[in-house]
Design a protein around this ligand. Structure first.
Ligand code: WT7
Length: 673
């Protein structure tokens, strides 16, 4: 039975890893202390030691050049991420399973490191045939199929920065990203499976393509062939004419089977890239209407992806490791692809929804494949909690030895439920705090060395200088709360925002002087020095672990012809963490006062509109219509008031009455926010 959570929290109860785990841990307590000391006294030396684990075509001349906000790591070094994830393992573990995949309908395929290497080199050679040169960007819009991993690694191999676009984004969002990144190729699939239906990805790409003049080719995987390993066919490959929006896309399997063994050998090589060569652009939401193209480079990023995978996930040769994130998010980049594969781990990948076709799908897969490490999100855990323990009953989860969470604060109740029902009280939990911008995990327990407290991500990893500070930048005393900052550069940090270095500087390095990075998150330091990450302090929301900018949703709403003005705020939600509440003023005469039916229809129309403009993940949960938005005298929207209104429970579900917020605003003091 669950112990009383209040008692556990009040006592500040810590959970120590089981002896068995400690005995075999990659990082023991004494090693941990040494690493922490080195990371503090000589951070550059600490990271340089980590970098030596990787293969470098040429070693670096200088570990760090730091001219805030510009960081360069392992300067002068030559490296390739794909080489490190594949070729480096071919001598030692060519027959080891690199990847086990389950499609949502149930097909399973298993790829060895050699097989993965084969497919990747074929695709790199194909992309070179199409004329791609280092620096040319490739957009990837794919379901969770093995080919998505192949695509990323093939791009990395050729030095073609990839930009992965989450499969839940709409054509509009694809267009914005492809245009900003100036991608010349889009790799996609005809469809993917989700909750039993076919999600037509290619269709969205085609819609976007009309406005994507930089795109020369579309390469499409036929979903029904996913997971099949392609070898040389007898087709001849003739370079197709430039792709146009009504022309044919190149078929993935035809393309890579048309490349001969010889051509794969000569043209599938890993480009020797500068350590600072861009590995990828990943778009993420900020406080304006326009997503930020976060740029990560090769050397520093890979060093930390590998280092943190080994430390935090305690990866062993016999593990089957499953990170449930989508490759469209940074978690999928660092902890499905680059970290685990650089570590030579076996990864598990699943295409579909957690409860399709039955509520026990996750647990059935863990049992079937003997998955030993599970890394998922608090939202997923809370969703499982709601289903109760029935789907878990009788499932053999004894292969599990470590659990992880990421993406949002985990409430202690969910943490305890995860520990008891999934971890069966013997798996340590790593609550990992990080961001798209940080590239890899910043705050997390190292499982064999740090005792955990439910709800706390515990301590910064070695090599990091993390603190909680007040508005002036002064560290808060133990027990205090404030803003989470990182005071020294780290190898996997973002390098800039694509085409907008000013925004990068302003967003992250202008709050505090001296090259201090501001995360945008609030945090608390408790009496034992444990860190509790509390979530965003800016106008960025975290809905089901996905970052959404309120301004993006607002601009989507006002792009509807009937909307005059809109304000979007977050309200707490017991499942998603935060839900989106929109306050909308319609243009005059659109709907008659008191006409509830029309208002409800309008609300649905607006929700559909946002889904079209951004994607279903940004669909507002509530829409409330108002004659006017409450504003201060200087014309600023009183967001705090709106947040209170949205939270107070007066807004329930879809109720969409037209109300006079101006009256409420008048009751509030002027000058707020
Ligand atoms: C934001 C970053 C990189 C992970 C996936 C999300 C929140 C992330 C935690 C955690 C509390 C967390 C923060 C952060 N966050 N992990 N363990 N505890 N909050 O990446 O979309 O870049 O979002 O997610 O608010 O700033 P992202």
């Amino acid at each position: 039975m669950s112990e009383n959570i209040d008692v556990i929290l009040k006592e500040g109860r810590k959970f120590n890893p089981p002896d068995e785990f400690v005995k075999n841990a990659n990082v023991t307590r004494s090693e941990y202390e040494k690493l922490v000391r080195l990371g503090k006294d000589a951070p550059e030396e600490y990271w340089a030691q980590a970098a030596k684990e990787l293969h470098w075509f040429k070693t670096w001349d200088k570990t760090l050049v730091w001219d805030p906000p510009k960081a360069q790591w392992f300067v002068g070094g030559k490296i390739n991420a794909s080489y490190n994830c594949l070729d480096r393992h071919l001598k030692t573990i060519p027959q080891k399973t690199a990847l086990v995949w389950e499609g949502e309908p149930g097909e399973v395929s298993t790829w060895t490191y050699r097989e993965l290497y084969e497919q990747v080199t074929r695709l790199t050679a194909s992309l070179r045939r199409l004329g791609l040169k280092p620096g040319d960007c490739v957009a990837i819009y794919m379901p969770m199929i093995p080919e998505a991993v192949v695509a990323m690694l093939a791009c990395a191999r050729g030095g073609f920065p990839h930009t992965v676009i989450f499969g839940g984004f709409s054509a509009e969002s694809i267009k914005d990203r492809v245009q900003d990144a100036e991608a010349s190729v889009i790799i996609t699939a005809d469809f993917g499976y989700r909750k039993g239906s076919q999600i037509k990805l290619r269709e969205q790409v085609d819609k976007a393509l009309k406005d994507c003049s930089t795109v020369k080719y579309v390469i499409q995987v036929q979903r029904t062939k996913s997971g099949q390993i392609t070898s040389e066919g007898n087709r001849s490959f003739s370079k197709p004419a430039c792709f146009n929006s009504n022309g044919n896309a190149l078929d993935w399997h035809e393309l890579i089977s048309s490349i001969s063994h010889e051509e794969t050998q000569t043209q599938g090589y890993a480009e020797e890239l500068d350590s600072e060569h861009p590995l990828y652009i990943l778009y993420t939401s900020g406080t304006t209407g326009k997503p930020k193209g976060i740029i990560h480079t090769t050397g520093g990023y890979l060093v930390e992806a590998l280092q943190t995978t080994k430390q935090v996930f305690d990866i062993k040769p016999y593990d089957l490791y499953w990170c449930t994130a989508d490759i469209g998010w940074v978690t999928g980049h660092t902890y499905i692809v680059y970290g685990p594969l650089a570590a030579g781990a076996s990864i598990f990948m699943y295409e579909g929804a957690p409860t399709t076709p039955t509520q026990d799908r996750f647990w059935a897969m863990i049992e079937r494949h003997h998955i030993s490490i599970l890394y998922t999100a608090p939202t997923a855990i809370r969703a499982f909690m709601r289903l109760g323990t029935e789907p878990l009953r009788g499932r053999d989860l004894s292969s599990l030895r470590l659990l992880g969470t990421v993406g949002e604060p985990i409430n202690p109740e969910a943490w305890m439920w995860y520990r008891e029902n999934v971890g069966r009280n013997h798996c340590p939990i790593v609550d990992t705090y990080w961001q798209t911008e940080t590239g890899s995990i910043v705050i997390s327990p190292i499982p064999g060395a740090v005792a955990t407290k439910p709800g706390s991500a515990t301590f910064a990893l070695p090599g990091y200088d993390v603190d909680v500070v007040d508005k002036k930048g002064e560290p808060v005393p133990p027990g205090g709360g404030g803003y989470l900052v990182i005071k020294k550069p780290w190898p996997a940090m973002a390098r800039t925002i694509h085409k907008d270095p000013e925004r990068y500087k302003k967003q992250y390095f202008s709050e505090y002087p001296g090259g201090v990075y501001f995360t945008g998150d609030g945090a608390r330091k408790d009496e034992d020095g444990y860190l509790w990450c509390l979530g965003r302090v800016d106008d960025v929301l975290n809905v089901s672990g996905h970052r959404i900018g309120t301004m993006e949703v607002e601009s989507a709403l006002v792009s509807h012809p009937k909307v005059a003005e809109a304000a979007v705020v977050g309200r707490p939600d017991s499942l998603k963490g935060q839900a989106l509440a929109a306050f909308v003023t319609l243009k005059a005469g659109v709907v008659q006062k008191g006409d509830t039916d029309s208002l409800n229809a309008m609300a649905n129309e607006l929700k559909a509109h946002v889904t079209k403009e951004i994607g279903a993940l940004a669909r507002p949960d509530d829409i409330r219509f108002t004659d006017a938005l409450p504003k201060t005298r200087s014309g600023k929207i009183m967001r705090r008031l709106l947040r209170e209104l949205a939270t107070s429970g007066q807004v329930k579900g879809d109720v969409t009455t037209l109300e006079d917020l101006a009256v409420i605003a008048a009751l509030q003091k002027d000058g707020e926010e």
